[in-house]
Write a protein that binds this ligand. Structure first.
Ligand code: NAP
Length: 495
């Protein structure tokens, strides 16, 4: 059987799940078609066939969602924190109780292997729990003025209705990373998921409805008319905040668009993560970490290692060990239990990855494995390692967003740091070394919002995720994440 022929029993399970997954907009606590009756098609990236059709929100739907979020804001803000927390906890438990269904849905519409989709469910659900725990710890301060004549009271209040725009690569987690802290803080939300992957967010909205989140508090608008829909919401004076995860180019545009409204902003943008391997690193461990940092989501993560910077002495060994692991990967539809590498999200993405590899090899880089698109249905690209990549190759300066590992050699620590920092991006960097002094030096010198030391993954609900430079600003996760949704108020009280 070819890896793309799905067994009958699995097909029945998938069809049943898709039939039960909401396919309409969720506005003001009601499921409804788009006001102009438009739909959008959700594709299976492993086969190129249509999985489902979903209501395609119009600007009128955006206005209605804004009305609903605005109407619900005041009572949601006044809902006791413990009640908000309990709703989030119930949502966490429900998502976990349906973990297999969520994982299958993510895998179907996004393409990642089921095991990775299960990982996303655990990770994504954890933001609901973490912020349930934080909701009851929002606190202010009481102090005396220096002259003793007044009391200074500071309080934290919800920012207000928030617009959330999410990408396709983590359809659940990119949503819960915003909804968890926003709902915990007392903000209402309008969510615009990516048009490639709206099903997971609609399934999450159904969970939030089921556990009792009041109408209007969460509204979900799948659409392929992003600019028009976002224009209406961002231009509405009742909106207080925009939280965006996506490319730097779109983020920059949205920052400009939100200038008139002076919106509070969180911008989780693109990356160009360096993965440093020093000569003293445990190479087995480094290769293990490299596989996670590179291959999670088929390289389609903002945190994906984009450049492997490896010391001269170990570059050859590291390259061949990594190539061996990459060659052993099993490509196929993510829903097949043995598959470790799924398809890319669409043909455009696959063409771009191919172009970056070709440009590098045409300028002298050597292919150790892979380097080509895979024939047949779906958007598969072979796991690839390229060595001896020239310093000015495009593949080192652009987000690859595919299963391709370019290796560049360095001679000393200063050169490694200079290469690593030589990018306008600053989301995450990885470093493998056994030397504690070097860990401290390197962690301090890397101009990135996050550093993974001897580990190829940094994401956890308990830590502040986010970047510097062109990777944006704002943090999601950790105690810091809820602050993005809180406004500080000071009251001076004469005594
Ligand atoms: P994208 O093209 O910027 O799209 C992201 C979201 O923005 C989608 O929902 C998209 O909808 C929407 N969008 C695009 N143009 C818009 C506009 N003018 N107004 C309002 N919304 C608009 O990014 P992508 O290719 O989907 O996602 C990959 C990017 O996200 C990569 O750069 C990756 O690094 C970044 N990312 C960052 C993080 C992080 O936490 N830092 C996490 C994950 C991904 P349409 O598709 O309909 O345009």
């Amino acid at each position: 059987m070819s890896p793309l022929q799905t067994p009958h029993a699995t097909r029945v399970l998938e069809d049943d799940l898709l039939a039960r997954t909401p396919s309409r907009l969720y506005v003001d606590g009601r499921w409804r078609e788009a006001s102009d009756g438009m739909i959008l098609q959700v594709e299976d990236p492993a086969t190129g066939t249509t999985l489902a059709t979903v209501a395609n929100a119009s600007v009128q739907d955006a206005r209605d969602a804004m009305d609903a979020a605005s109407r619900a804001q005041s009572s949601w803000a006044k809902t006791p924190a413990r009640t908000r927390a309990d709703l989030l906890l119930a949502a966490h438990q429900t998502v976990l109780a349906r973990a297999e269904e969520f994982a299958l849905l993510i895998s179907l519409e996004m393409g990642k292997p089921l095991d990775q989709a299960r990982g996303e469910v655990t990770y994504g659900a954890d933001f609901l729990r973490w912020y349930a725990e934080e909701a009851v710890r929002i606190s202010g301060r009481w102090s005396d003025s220096p002259d003793g004549r007044s009391r200074l009271i500071t309080m934290k209040q919800p920012v207000g209705p928030t617009f959330m725009i999410t990408p396709w690569n983590f359809p659940l987690a990119m949503g819960t990373r915003k909804l968890g802290p926003a709902l915990a803080a007392g903000c209402t939300a309008i969510v615009k998921p990516a048009p490639q992957t709206p099903l997971t967010m609609l399934a999450l909205a159904a969970v939030l409805e089921e556990v009792g989140v009041p109408r209007g508090v969460v509204n979900v608008l799948p659409t392929d008319r992003a600019e028009n829909v976002a224009g209406v919401v961002i231009g509405d004076p009742r909106l207080r905040k925009l939280s965006f995860t996506g490319s730097t180019r779109v983020g920059q545009q949205l920052v400009r668009d939100s200038a008139d409204g002076l919106l509070r902003l969180s911008m989780e943008l693109g990356g160009n993560a360096p993965f440093l391997v020093f000569a003293d690193a445990d190479l087995d461990r480094a290769v293990e970490g490299a596989m996670i940092a590179k291959m999670r989501n088929m390289g389609q993560a903002c945190t994906a290692a984009n450049r492997f910077l490896v010391h001269h002495d170990v570059a050859s060994d590291f390259g061949s060990m990594l190539a061996e692991r990459m060659t052993a990967e099993r490509m196929g539809r993510g829903t097949d239990p043995d598959v470790t590498v799924g398809p890319l999200v669409d043909e455009r993405a696959r063409i771009k990855v191919g172009e970056l590899v070709r440009e590098a090899t045409s300028r002298g880089a050597r292919l150790t494995t892979g380097g080509h698109a895979v024939a047949g249905p779906g958007y598969f690209f072979a796991p690839t390692v390229v060595q001896g990549v020239p310093a000015d190759a495009r593949i080192l300066s652009e987000e690859i967003f595919g299963p391709v590992a370019p290796i560049v050699e360095f001679g000393d620590d200063d050169q490694a740091i200079a290469l690593a920092n030589g990018t306008p991006y600053g989301l995450v960097a990885y470093a493998y070394t056994a030397d504690v002094d070097r860990v401290v030096r390197v962690s301090e010198d890397l101009e990135f919002g996050m550093v993974g030391v001897n580990q190829g993954i940094v994401s956890t609900a308990a830590a502040p995720f986010g970047g510097v430079k062109q990777s944006g600003f704002g943090r999601e996760g950790g105690p810091e994440g809820i602050e993005e949704y809180l406004a500080l108020k000071y009251v001076g009280l004469a005594v």
